[in-house]
Design a protein around this ligand. Structure first.
Ligand code: GUN
Ligand code: ZN
Length: 442
């Protein structure tokens, strides 16, 4: 018997395609008495418990029945230096950045502070069932070191990058086109592709980068085409007007990023709410991915993301928390608010598509569907165990639920970290571990 192997037993749900409708049974695989064989950090087999327990009779079994086992959740946009910014009152985007966010991010100049917050965040993400995140670090190189180091200690697949910003921000948060380029280059060499780490080239947004800096960011993209790129786009009307005043030659906001070679299938564009027709054409043509951040868009009063409109153009949208403008670390709560944002526009987010979105859908958006967001053999053993009756309101509603879709909708609307019974990262259970992580001393 291989000692690192383990068999997880429970109800198994994973998606093989995006569900085309609320009853599309061809898009997912559901096994009532199922099992997942884990070993060496990978999924070795997924099937019925009966079959797998006969195939691997000596392997220890962890019995998660009656819970639901799914691929770990993926958060495609979060700001790790904002864990003490979440729930800051009263402002829309630009004032919120200046009043709360930038002052807080200056604290990440201290590597010890960055380490404590990165470690805390990894524990928090695991508690929420999130096993991969795409995060903005701060402008400080050491903040990226701290984040990747904390992820490596848990063997988590994480993507981050040093924020590049050389203007319209406090002095302590500004780099220069050259220093931003050099630091990004060093971090890519040190971390990209090491273990499960991936680097995202991260010009914060057009307002905080000079044309010279965006040109250097474009050079990085050309030199490292296998890195992701992340920035913000058209979140708020004042932001758009300010951007166009800083880049008067640009045809529109997205035209700024286009001009500097920042757009391609690995580009993640946070928010993408108020778009012109030409910008939508350009998203479709380049394969860049809008990232829908519902709790943030409602919290900052930014606007309503047009999911159906973009999808109708063949554009692949990702979904994310955007903490600290986002108000929850939970991808379940993110789906809850996503449902309401779409309701306000007469659009529908049915539960099968919702759970596809935060697993395989976000993996597809990242180009990582062959490794995460799936329970296929040979992929990485990141798994969430969900309890749809975790709280009294959930249990009462579940007593009336008759279908898998109804159960998923209870999780989508009422679930949070209490509904996450366990989280496996690279085959190792984290949830009890997360509870043991000491709170930062503040
Ligand atoms: N645009 C530029 N920076 C940020 C940020 O930190 N949060 C949000 N929500 N939007 C941004
Ligand atoms: Zn953001």
């Amino acid at each position: 018997m291989k000692t690192d192997q383990v068999l997880l037993r429970g109800r198994i749900l994973s998606f093989t395609a995006e569900p085309k409708g609320p009853e599309d049974r061809t898009a997912y695989r559901y096994i009532e008495d199922g099992a997942i064989l884990l070993g060496g950090g990978l999924i070795r087999a997924t099937g019925s418990y009966d079959q797998l327990s006969r195939q691997a009779p000596a392997v220890p079994v962890v019995d998660h029945r009656p819970h639901l086992l799914m691929p770990g959740f993926i958060d495609t946009h979060i700001h790790y230096p904002q864990v003490q910014v979440i729930a800051s009152w009263g402002a829309q985007l630009l004032d919120w950045l200046n009043s709360y966010t930038f002052p807080e991010e200056t604290r990440f100049a201290d590597p010890a502070h960055a380490e404590v917050m990165a470690e805390w965040l990894m524990g928090q993400l695991c508690a929420q069932g999130t096993t991969t995140a795409v995060a903005y670090a701060s402008v400080h190189e050491a903040s990226v070191e701290a984040f990747f180091s904390a992820a490596a200690r848990r063997d988590m697949r994480m993507i981050t990058g040093k924020v590049m910003m050389d203007r319209n921000a406090p002095e302590a948060l500004r780099d220069t086109p050259q220093s931003g380029y050099d630091a990004s280059k060093r971090l890519i060499a040190r971390w990209h592709g090491k273990g499960r780490a991936g680097y995202a080239i991260t010009p914060r947004f057009a307002i905080t980068s000079s044309p010279e800096q965006l040109e250097m960011a474009g050079a990085l993209v050309a030199e490292h085409p296998d890195c992701h790129v992340q920035t913000h786009l058209s979140e708020n009307r004042d932001e758009i007007a300010y951007t166009l005043s800083l880049y008067p030659e640009a045809p529109d906001y997205l035209g700024v990023y286009e001009r500097y070679g920042l757009l391609g299938p690995k580009t993640l564009l946070g928010h993408s709410i108020h778009l012109e027709p030409r910008e939508i054409d350009l998203l479709a043509a380049t394969g860049a991915k809008p990232v829908f951040c519902p709790t943030s868009n409602l919290f900052l009063g930014s606007g309503l993301f047009d999911d159906a409109g973009l999808r109708a153009r063949g554009i692949c949208n990702a979904v994310a928390t955007d903490v600290g403008a986002g108000t929850s670390y939970s991808m379940l709560q993110t789906l809850n608010e996503a449902y309401k944002v779409l309701q306000l526009q007469g659009q529908k987010l049915h539960p099968l598509r919702a759970f596809h979105w935060i697993t395989r859908g976000n993996a597809v958006a990242l180009g990582l569907e062959d490794r995460i967001g799936t329970l296929e053999p040979g992929t990485e053993a990141d798994i969430v165990v969900l309890d749809a009756s975790a709280t009294e309101p959930m249990a009462l509603r579940m007593a009336r639920a008759q279908t898998l879709s109804e159960e998923l909708f209870v999780l989508q609307m009422l679930g949070d970290e209490r509904a996450v019974a366990e989280t496996y990262v690279s085959g190792v259970p984290q949830k009890r571990g997360a509870a043991r992580v000491r709170q930062p001393e503040l």
